[in-house]
Design a protein around this ligand. Structure first.
Ligand code: FES
Length: 227
C-alpha cells in the first residue's frame, strides 16, 4: 500500500452513465482488478475519500467509483491517493471457461479481467449497456446466467452487499447449493475509512462471523461468505 499523488488528465462519460477518470500517477498505486484506491483532493472541507476501482481492459489507469465523484474534480485536479487496497480477483491461469457477471449495472469493474487469460473463452452477463468488447467475448442478459454455470470453471461476480441474500435465485441454485466452479465476488459497499478506523460500515456476513469488505475484500471467495 502506498500514499501518493495523481492528476486527473481526462473525464470520460462511461458507457454505463458513470464517470470514468483517467489518472496519471505512479504505477505503484495501480490497483489490480477488484482492488481499489481511495482518493481525496486534500481540501479541508473535502468529502470523505472516494473509492475507485480500475475500469479498463487496457494498461492505462482508468478509474470508476461506485459513488458520485465531486463535481469540482476535473482535468488538472491533483488527488491524494492511497492504495492499492484490499484483495482483488485471483483468476487461475488454467481457467478456460470464464464467466463475468455484473449484477449491479455496468461491467466496468470486471473489464480488467477480460485479457488476463488470453486463451480462455469468456462470456459476460449483464443487463447494462455494453462497452466495446472483443468479438470473441459473448454477451448475454443476466436471465441466462444459470445456463452458463455448468460450463464455467471460473465465475466472477460484481454485486452490492444487499444482493447477496438473493444471489441463489439469480444463479438458479437450490437452497444451500453453491456453484461447482471457483466463484469470486466483488462486494460493493460503502467503505468510508478504508480500514484505517475499523468503522465496521463495510461488514459482510461470513460463514464465520463477519469480514470487512475494505480489508478482507472487496473480492471474496464466495465460499467464505454467508449468502
Ligand atoms: S470502511 Fe471502515 S472498516 Fe471497512
Amino acid at each position: 500500500m502506498q500514499n501518493g499523488k495523481g492528476r486527473i488528465t481526462e473525464i470520460i462519460y462511461g458507457f454505463d452513465d458513470r464517470l470514468l477518470l483517467r489518472v496519471d500517477c505512479s504505477s505503484a498505486l495501480t490497483p489490480a482488478p477488484g482492488q481499489y484506491l481511495l482518493a481525496d483532493d486534500g481540501l479541508a472541507d473535502s468529502v470523505l475519500a472516494v473509492p475507485f476501482f480500475r475500469a479498463s481492459s487496457t494498461p492505462e489507469l482508468i478509474l470508476q467509483s461506485p459513488i458520485p465523484v465531486p463535481s469540482h474534480w476535473v482535468p488538472g485536479v491533483e488527488l491524494h491517493l492511497r492504495g492499492p487496497l484490499g484483495h482483488g480477483f485471483n483468476l487461475p491461469a488454467e481457467a478456460a471457461h470464464i464467466v463475468l457477471a455484473s449484477l449491479r449495472g455496468g461491467l466496468a469493474r470486471l473489464l480488467p479481467l477480460i485479457h488476463q487469460n488470453p486463451q480462455a473463452d469468456i462470456a459476460i452477463f449483464t443487463d447494462a449497456v455494453l462497452p466495446d468488447l472483443p468479438v470473441s467475448v459473448e454477451a448475454r442478459p443476466i436471465a441466462d446466467l444459470p445456463d452458463a454455470l455448468p460450463w464455467a470453471d471460473f465465475l466472477a461476480l460484481d454485486l452490492t452487499i444487499e444482493m447477496l441474500p438473493n444471489l441463489r435465485a439469480i444463479l438458479g441454485l437450490a437452497p444451500h447449493q453453491r456453484p461447482a466452479c471457483i466463484a469470486q465476488v466483488l462486494v460493493i459497499s460503502p467503505m468510508p475509512c478504508g480500514a484505517l478506523a475499523e468503522c465496521g460500515v463495510c461488514a459482510v456476513s461470513a460463514r464465520k462471523g463477519y469480514k470487512l469488505a475494505c480489508k478482507d475484500g472487496p473480492v471474496f471467495d464466495l465460499k467464505q461468505l454467508q449468502w
